[in-house]
Design a protein around this ligand. Structure first.
Ligand code: AVJ
Length: 319
């Protein structure tokens, strides 16, 4: 099976499981097809979605420190998991290129589309940059990465992407990263912080309804790729942030009773009025929680970087 076929099979198995469970769920990792990528780009431009700007501010403020910390004789690999459009990373890439730093940029994303566009785009801006992009899910690519352990690695995971994972999954993810790290390697990761709950609530329930369209893209994809007939407009986006646990949960809420036929899976799914599909968590953190995750994963924190508004932090981990 090709990567694409394997991914499609996983998606189908997931849909079957998620829509026959009680309560129903679907994973946000399947939102990102070409349209999902575009919608996420639009989310990053929203005034309410403070995460991108906050992390941009951090990288811009600390780019010199980061360059000095990363620069090493013989060069290094800058591996970015979930690179997307590379907007924030570009600030650091520019800093590195401006100082003729010896490194290779390896952006990794679940979306082939994102990787192709990014590589094309970067070569225009930085003609001398060595870019080697790769499409894949984090864990699959991590296994591949474990095989070439030549130059020291700086692994970047920006955007608080880890927030889509439950704590046990996050520990597992960090542990897997630790496994492929040598003691020369570093991990630089973004963690959105606990803050005024309303700021968080608004970031995930924007007034223009872009987040709703983003969430609904799961249903559009199932309709298109599995010959289903979700009445997409019947499902409304609902966001619930719990300031105690720091978990923001997204749902699709059936505002009418309906029956959905997923022809390709030979599956009929009933929705009662007000029934939910849980689609995403976006976990918020504090230092104690990140320290606990790191310790569980066998990593130590070597640096903490914060934006001007104290909304977001990037942590530098070593093994
Ligand atoms: C890409 C996982 C960081 O959870 O903040 C944005 C995805 N979902 N708006 C996040 C998302 C709704 C985003 N991450």
């Amino acid at each position: 099976m090709t990567k694409k076929e394997t991914f499609q099979k996983e998606f189908e198995d997931h849909v079957k499981k998620g829509l026959t469970s009680s309560p129903k769920y679907l994973s946000s990792k399947y939102i990102y097809d070409d349209k999902g990528d575009r919608l996420f780009q639009q989310i990053m431009e929203l005034p309410e979605y403070y995460l991108t700007g906050a992390e941009y501010n951090i990288i811009d403020s600390y780019k010199t420190d980061l360059r000095k910390l990363l620069t090493i004789d013989g060069g290094f690999d800058l591996i970015e998991l979930g690179a997307g459009d590379g907007k924030k990373t570009k600030v650091l890439l520019k800093e590195l290129c401006d100082h003729q730093t010896d490194f290779t940029y390896k952006p990794i994303d679940i979306s082939q589309n994102a990787i192709d566009q990014l590589a094309q785009d970067l070569l225009q801006v930085f003609p001398n940059l060595d870019v080697q992009g790769e499409q894949g899910t984090y864990f699959k690519v991590l296994e591949e990465l474990a095989q070439y352990n030549k130059r020291p690695k700086a692994i970047f995971v920006l955007g608080s992407n880890i927030g889509n994972l439950q704590h046990p999954e996050a520990i597992d993810f960090l542990s897997k990263l630790r496994e492929i790290m040598s003691n020369k390697d570093v991990l630089f990761m973004g963690f959105d912080q606990k803050k005024d709950p309303l700021t968080i609530q608004n970031a995930y329930a924007d007034s223009q309804g872009i987040t709703q369209e983003f969430n609904r893209n799961l249903l559009h994809r199932i309709n298109k790729e599995m010959q289903a007939d979700f009445p997409v407009d019947v499902f409304e986006h609902w966001e619930a942030y719990d300031p105690q646990t720091g978990t923001a949960k997204s749902y699709l809420l059936a505002t009418e009773p309906c029956t959905v036929d997923v022809r390709h899976l030979n599956l009929q799914v009933e929705f009662k009025k007000w029934e939910t599909i849980h689609t995403e968590i976006s976990q918020k953190y504090d230092d104690d929680t990140v320290e606990w995750l790191a310790q569980k994963a066998g990593l130590s924190i070597a640096g903490i970087y914060e934006d001007d508004r104290e909304y977001f932090k990037n942590y530098l981990f070593k093994r």
